[in-house]
Design a protein around this ligand. Structure first.
Ligand SMILES: Nc1nc2c(ncn2[C@@H]2O[C@H](COP(=O)(O)OP(=O)(O)OP(=O)(O)O)[C@@H](O)[C@H]2O)c(=O)[nH]1
Length: 615
């Protein structure tokens, strides 16, 4: 498994480009092996929290303090305004009260004078009623301005003058009551009255002016306070508003960043899950391939290898179909030795190497059904691959070169899954090629160890192995078996006359003649030297004699071509022993055939002899 447990930033394994077998685009084969980068399409995020965020709390505190300050300042200013308004009202009250005092003195003065001039009792009543009012209004004025020492002094002075004036009026009134209007008029001192009245007016004016000055000052102070309050409120609101705006912006940015991170985390989790699936699938596939490798070691026949390979291919690609081809001995055609699955793309039973790009180039050739511009192999149906089907041709190679072809077709979505299944099938093909090549090599070696190199016939070892087996088989089935011993007559003389090489050529030719004369089930061997043995299962002595005679005649009629010379002809002698009449065991039959051969030699050579010892 290519996946690693540790997380590595951004390094993904490369997927092979299946169409050309080269490394290409990155794939998420190893999900654990990555920390996902920013999710595509997500807004660019700040790498770290904004600098403002660390001042956010103090900024909130400052904004809060500002708001509280503004509130306190506003309350204080409002209280100040209320107080200043009260003083303004107070000034108006004082001014008004001064007017009231002056009016009350004038009323007393006017009624007293009217009574003196007319003697009408109504004026007298008015005078008597108005006189006490003066004291009350002056007392009220004194109460209003008692906090202002200057005004208080003036008020007291005004009260004294007013009392003196009222006392003068009273004196004149009392005189009028006692001695008549004329006496009162004569007793009136206009100078004193005018002076007192002038003083009263003067004090009143002075008090009014002073109060008007105070009123102006209080109005100005009131205005200042109102302006200050406005400034404080505006500045406070602006400052706290600005802080709030900055904080809002910071929070919005932070929120956006958090949303981005969350989206990124969701994307990463999703990718991780997909990658885990891929890792598991890859692990299963690797396991299948390693199981295949293990079992392949134990396969002893080509059929087992082919069967195991097909089973593994179908485990890796459950919907696949295809064929396995092996190169014929003629080295020309590749014959199909097995097919599997329900063929999605048909390929013939035999094909020439020129028909397949994979065989020509010695590497995988893949065709995806969607792209018809790709080079298609000649052995596939025209118009193939079909849409949605991918065709993969993989050469089976060994050290000696190409020995066959694996053709697999499968649904494109299975092949194009991003987990390198084509690579796995490629590895399987490599192992399949090597396994078949090994098997072929083993068979060749085995054949070589059982064959005589000069004649191509089986050797004596194989004879001993197979004679016992064939004898048992015939015995079980109650059938005869004949053993023929053949020996070239006067071979030493032939050797001596024509040379050892000519002797070899003769032995080789006799071997070919014997091979051509026997049936498939017969076993033709070179027993040693110029001696041959034929095991003929299911053949009785008479039939064996007939066949032996045919061989003898063929050899007798044949000459050997050696170094441009026609040599021979030679003759052979043949001794025959037959089961069950001449023996029950392999070595007994061989001994009997050998003994008969020697007897044939002794009787004159160039003959076939069977001596029946049966009772
Ligand atoms: N060229 C050649 N000669 C062989 C080979 N093996 C054995 N010989 C020779 O075969 C000859 C056998 O001679 P003999 O056993 O005397 O038999 P013969 O000369 O055939 O006489 P008869 O069997 O009695 O007819 C010997 O000279 C061996 O050297 C071989 O592989 N090649």
């Amino acid at each position: 498994m290519r996946c690693c447990a540790a997380i590595q930033a951004g390094s993904l394994p490369q997927r092979r480009d299946r169409r050309h077998g080269s490394a290409a685009k990155p794939m998420g084969r190893c999900a654990l092996a990555r920390i996902p980068g920013p999710v595509p399409g997500s807004p660019a995020l700040p790498a770290s929290p904004s600098r403002i965020s660390r001042y956010r709390l103090p900024a909130f505190a400052v904004a809060l303090v500002l708001l509280v300050g503004v509130a306190i300042a506003s309350l204080t200013a409002v209280a100040g305004l209320r107080s200043s308004n009260a003083w303004i009202e107070h000034s108006y009250e004082v001014i008004n009260q001064i007017e009231v005092v002056e009016r009350s003195i004038r009323a007393v003065e006017a009624n007293a004078r009217a009574y003196r001039l007319t003697g009408h009792p109504d004026f007298r009543s008015e005078y008597l009623a108005a006189a006490p009012e003066v004291d009350r209004t002056i007392e009220a004025l004194t109460m209003l301005i008692r906090d202002n020492p200057d005004q208080d002094t003036r008020a007291r002075h005004l009260r004294d003058i007013a009392r003196q004036h009222l006392a003068e009026l009273r004196r004149v009134h009392d005189l009028q009551e006692a001695r008549g209007a004329e006496a009162a008029r004569l007793a009136t001192d206009p100078g004193t009255v005018l002076r007192q009245w002038g003083e009263i007016e003067g004090i009143g004016s002075q008090m009014r002016r002073d109060e008007l000055r105070l009123l102006a000052e209080r109005k100005a102070a009131n205005h200042r306070q109102a302006v200050q309050l406005s400034v404080i409120v505006i500045l406070g609101m602006l400052a706290s508003g600005a802080i709030m705006v900055i904080l809002m912006k910071s929070l919005t940015r932070e929120n956006r960043r958090a949303l981005g991170l969350e989206k990124e985390a969701r994307g990463a989790a999703h990718e991780m899950a997909l990658s885990m699936d891929q890792v598991n699938r890859l692990s299963r596939q690797r396991h299948e391939l390693s199981r295949y490798s293990g079992l392949l070691q134990s396969c002893t026949t080509r059929d087992e290898i082919v069967q195991l390979s097909i089973e593994t291919i179908l485990r890796l690609l459950p919907g696949a179909s295809g064929r396995i081809y092996l190169l014929r001995a003629s080295q020309k055609f590749h014959d199909s030795v097995a097919s599997f699955g329900e063929a999605m793309i048909s390929s013939p039973d035999a094909l020439l190497p020129e028909d397949c790009w994979a065989l020509r180039r010695g590497q995988m050739h893949m065709l995806a059904g969607v792209d018809r511009r790709q080079l298609g192999c000649g052995h596939l149906d025209p118009g193939m691959p079909a849409p949605g089907v991918t065709s993969i041709c993989l050469p089976l190679s060994a050290q000696s070169g190409s020995i066959g072809l694996l053709h697999v077709s499968a649904p494109t979505e299975q092949v194009d899954h991003g987990d390198g299944i084509d690579e796995l099938i490629g590895q399987l093909a490599e192992q399949l090629g090597l396994a078949i090549a090994n098997l072929q090599l083993r068979e060749t070696l085995r054949t070589q160890s059982l064959r005589d190199p000069l004649t191509g016939l089986f050797n004596r070892r194989y004879l001993e192995e197979s004679l016992g087996r064939e004898l048992q088989r015939c015995e079980r089935r109650g059938l005869p078996l004949s053993v023929l011993m053949l020996d070239v007559d006067h071979f030493k003389r032939f050797n001596d006359t024509h040379g050892h090489a000519a002797g070899d050529a003769l032995l080789s030719q006799i071997g070919r003649q014997i091979e051509a004369a026997v049936r498939d089930e017969d076993i033709a061997c070179r027993y040693g030297g110029e001696e041959f043995t034929l095991v003929m299962p299911e053949l009785d002595a008479a039939s064996a004699c007939a066949r032996a005679e045919r061989i003898r005649r063929q050899v007798e009629m044949t000459t050997v071509q050696h170094l441009g010379q026609q040599l021979g002809p030679v003759t052979i002698s043949i001794g025959i022993a037959t089961f069950p009449g001449d023996g029950y065991a392999p070595h007994l039959l061989l001994q009997m055939a050998d003994a008969t051969l020697y007897r044939a030699k002794a009787e004159g050579r160039n003959r076939v002899l069977h001596v029946s010892y049966a009772p």
